[in-house]
Design a binder for this molecule. Structure first.
Ligand SMILES: C[S@@+](CC[C@H](N)C(=O)[O-])C[C@H]1O[C@@H](n2cnc3c(N)ncnc32)[C@H](O)[C@@H]1O
Length: 220
């Protein structure tokens, strides 16, 4: 059943996003959901890691757009393991309204596979792509796994300041391999400081359309 919590909207590049009325925030930039995801997570995340085995942790699965774009943009030879955390999974009625497959000129099968993947159970959903969706609050996530990239895609610091703290970033630092990166759309001073306090080297990078900067955090 479609509830009032979520509303599917269209962003400036024509791609869908979701407005979450509980948090009063969109899942993506209104200047373009696909444009933003491609810039922040694919160009400034996936494409920077030149390795045949890549392990990714995403914070905030949301619609599954970052996951879809990762499959479509990884090198054919790359073996990707993708773990993604989400506290409030969307239901299928909202997901069925998203136009990503149409805009990306692919059949809907792949996005359906991502959406239908069972929570808590890892599965191969494309060639050399293993997905595990984890229904958990980031605050309660504790893992020994080591990742090559963290896509940090939580709601903003205004909405969820408890997810952008020294403690959370210390956890992210622990879960990253050395010389690997966390990428996020936020360029707030508080975020930069919290990342530095956790041990990261932080770089301000050019943002996607409609946004001056984003951040890249490197674990030396
Ligand atoms: C900016 S949206 C993520 C967009 C998503 N990556 C996509 O491509 O659609 C933030 C996501 O974080 C989720 N979220 C909110 N609080 C959370 C928490 N405490 N732990 C994990 N996920 C949370 C929201 O439900 C939402 O799906």
């Amino acid at each position: 059943m479609i509830t009032d919590k979520y509303k599917v909207i269209e962003t400036s590049d024509g791609s869908s996003s979701v407005f979450d009325s509980q948090f009063g925030e969109n899942f993506h930039s209104t200047h373009g959901a696909i444009a933003e995801s491609m810039h922040v997570f694919i160009q400034n995340g996936l494409k920077l890691i030149n390795s045949n085995e890549i392990k990714i942790l995403e914070i905030g699965f949301g619609t599954g757009l970052n996951c879809l774009l990762t499959i479509l943009n990884k090198e054919e030879s790359q073996n990707v393991i993708y773990h993604t955390l989400e506290k409030f999974p969307l239901n299928n009625e909202h997901i069925s309204l998203l136009n990503y497959s149409k805009l990306l000129n692919i059949t809907s099968e792949l996005f359906q596979k991502i959406s239908n993947a069972e929570w808590g159970i890892g599965c191969d959903i494309a060639d050399k792509f293993h997905l595990k969706k984890i229904n958990i609050d980031l605050l309660e996530f504790n893992s020994e796994e080591l990742y090559d990239i963290i896509y940090f895609d939580a709601f903003s610091t205004n909405t969820q300041p408890e997810l952008w703290t020294n403690e959370i970033f210390a956890k992210m630092f622990f879960n990253l391999k050395t010389n690997r990166i966390l990428t996020t759309y936020s360029a707030k001073g508080d975020v930069k400081r919290a990342l530095r306090n956790a041990g990261f080297e932080v770089f301000r990078i050019k943002g996607p359309i409609g946004k001056r900067h984003i951040l890249r955090a490197l674990k030396r």
